[in-house]
Design a protein. Structure first.
Length: 266
């Protein structure tokens, strides 16, 4: 497949249903903790100094690997009820917090991606021969859950944060996350891209590291063309995915065929 890097075009963002979730409030969460034994078992406590409009960021330790995946699922399944989105974090994630950012609407992920690749500050992505032979096999990960991957690679993420937001793509802004500051991304740009991918590729925010974003991918990319198109979007959002991490656009595409996606800003 040929990717035209001289005149980038990104498909418009897909229609997004209206969000019915209100950002969580501490008082309501405390009530749930007394009524829901599984939720209470998480050992959540509010982080001092993070309260805004009645909702704080809450934190709890988790055992890395499958236990962390199980705890994340428990908390994610209650998001519509709690208004708190869970993210697995490492100790360094919260070491360089910034002030939480306001995310104005409407969000346009396609416009953000187009502006970033049109700027040309990061050059064009290189291509390389990478085997994408499984890209047309809908059963390539049959029986292989995202947690099977995370149980192997997620050993540094030993705590979970609950973030009061109306939607998961707002988490980096609400935390004032600075992991991509070298690329000049602000909270609204993170929100626009993550919102787009949430609805276009069914990619959910799973983890924030010191300088990484991890997403769990709920549905396989259907073919090589989609994988490469998604890789070009990943390059626009995170040029280091090509230049510092996977080496080529095709290398990124191969990684995006897997159930867990990682983006790393050097």
């Amino acid at each position: 497949m040929t990717i035209d890097t001289t005149a980038p075009r990104f498909t418009p963002d897909p229609p997004v249903p209206e969000q019915a979730v209100a950002p969580g409030r501490d008082a309501a969460l405390r009530e749930l903790l007394t009524a829901d034994p599984e939720l209470a078992a998480a050992g959540l406590t509010p982080l001092p100094g993070t309260e805004i409009d009645g909702g704080s960021v809450w934190l709890a330790p988790v055992e890395p690997g499958y236990p962390a995946c199980d705890r994340w699922r428990t908390l994610r399944d209650r998001f519509e009820r709690t208004g708190f989105w869970p993210v697995l974090v490492e100790e360094a994630t919260l070491h360089h917090p910034h002030e939480p950012e306001t995310v104005p609407g409407p969000l346009d992920g396609a416009a953000v991606l187009t502006a970033r690749v049109t700027d040309r500050e990061y050059g064009d992505p290189v291509r390389a021969e990478v085997d994408l032979g499984d890209a047309d096999d809908p059963d390539r990960y049959a029986g292989f859950d995202w947690a099977d991957t995370w149980a192997i690679i997620g050993d540094e993420f030993d705590r979970v944060a609950l973030v009061p937001v109306a939607a998961p793509w707002l988490v980096p802004a609400r935390l004032g996350w600075q992991g991509a500051c070298n690329a000049g991304l602000d909270g609204a740009e993170h929100a626009a891209v993550l919102r787009r991918w949430h609805h276009l590729y069914r990619a959910e925010l799973l983890t924030l590291g010191f300088d990484t974003v991890w997403l769990r991918h709920l549905a396989p990319l259907p073919d090589r063309e989609t994988a490469l198109a998604a890789a070009y979007e990943a390059f626009a959002y995170c040029p280091d995915a090509v230049h510092q991490d996977y080496g080529s656009l095709d290398g990124v595409a191969e990684r995006l065929l897997r159930p867990v996606w990682r983006l790393w800003w050097d």
